[in-house]
Design a protein around this ligand. Structure first.
Ligand code: KG4
Ligand code: ZN
Length: 343
């Protein structure tokens, strides 16, 4: 099927055209990051207003970039949740209107489901696999039995990994979103210089906690003149990043070992982090585990990733009607569509 996909869950207005849930013909992302940076974080009202303004052109660009007209589109997949209510409503409303006007099948896709299946746009991975989804709003470990069948193994008890990167960046005076800047500064830093805590590292669960690590960085900044010492700033970024990655890598491989599964997928915006990619690759090589991480442009928010589950559902006749609503909270385990549970 030739799908048009639409993503507006947070601060990126995105649309893509994808064939058969595998071949990306276009993948347009209009970022609002600069407009939110002055406020130090995403302002929900501004996000929905900007989605409204950007979405017609973004969809037009996606069609033009794929060299197809709307007449050629055979179905629409849209992010239904989780995300910001007003932002999600823009995408779902546009998708419903287009599907109704064109009499096209429509399916609402879970944003996290999109993230963890983005890898299929680049390569196949056999089921089952362990997925670590690390983004601005999520830090979750899942066992993925197939598209649509997910079991949550663990999750953060407080901040998400991306949130921790962004909060640490903010307290270091770096602009929003700071994750990528921490990554950049850490490249020239000593990750062993400051011993930060590794919360819940050996608690036996697959849960995460990042607020204590963030507080440890805050306490360090209060006691040391980081802003006067460029090398100390770089060492601090590297040391924080090493602590966060240690926990993410260790727990993910523990989950795989416990489940007896030798395939791991890492997804979400924080999967762009160079240290996380490197440490995951080293751990996988040492244990003989298969590791798959999408290219950075498919890790951060985009619409093409929705086409993997979108095509899977629509090609099996699983669709939503015009009553499709936005789901601000939508745990993956709740997806269990009857049709999928039956195999
Ligand atoms: O998946 P995503 O684009 O949006 C959400 O669904 O949240 O993830 C965004 C998050 C932000 O917290 C951002 O700072 C973080 O991913 N991020 C990074 C890097 N690139 C993006 N964190 C650490 N290192 C990076 N290179
Ligand atoms: Zn995301």
């Amino acid at each position: 099927m030739l799908l048009l996909t639409i993503e507006t869950s947070c601060d990126e207005t995105a649309a893509a055209v994808v064939r058969d849930g595998r071949t990306v013909l276009s993948n347009i992302v209009a970022s609002q990051v600069k407009d939110h940076a002055v406020y130090g974080g995403v302002v929900p009202e501004i996000a929905s207003r900007m989605h409204l303004e950007a979405i017609p052109a973004v969809i037009g660009e996606a069609l033009a970039g794929a060299s197809v007209s709307l007449d050629a589109i055979e179905g629409i997949a849209v992010t239904r949740g989780p995300g910001l209510a007003g932002a999600l409503l823009v995408g779902t409303s546009v998708a419903k209107a287009m599907a109704f006007a064109r009499q096209l099948p429509l399916v609402g896709v879970n944003h996290i489901e999109g993230h963890l299946s983005a890898i299929f746009l680049e390569r196949e991975v056999a089921f089952p696999f362990i997925a670590l989804v690390v983004s601005g709003g999520h830090t979750h470990l899942y066992r993925v039995d197939s598209i649509g069948r997910y079991v949550t193994l663990g999750q953060t008890l407080d901040d998400a990994a991306g949130e921790a990167f962004d909060k640490v960046a903010k307290l270091l005076g770096l602009s929003y979103p700071g994750g990528v800047q921490v990554d950049r500064l850490a490249a020239d830093g000593d990750p062993e210089r400051i011993k930060f805590p590794r919360p819940l590292l050996h608690d036996g669960s697959f849960n995460f906690s990042f607020s204590g690590l963030k507080t440890a960085v805050l306490n360090f900044v209060h006691k040391n003149r980081v802003s006067d010492d460029d090398q100390l700033l770089r060492d601090l970024c590297a040391s924080f990043q090493r602590a966060a990655c240690d926990v993410l890598v260790t727990k993910t491989f523990q989950a795989a070992e416990t489940a007896g599964i030798e395939r791991i997928v890492v997804a979400g915006g924080v999967a762009c982090n160079s240290a996380l990619r490197r440490e995951m690759a080293q751990a996988a090589a040492a244990r003989g585990v298969e590791l798959a991480i999408p290219s950075p442009s498919l890790c951060s928010d985009n619409a093409a990733m929705l086409a993997v589950p979108g095509d899977y559902y629509l090609s099996r006749g699983i669709s939503d009607d015009n009553s499709l609503d936005a789901r601000v909270n939508w745990p993956l385990d709740e997806i269990k569509r009857a049709e999928i549970s039956n195999g």
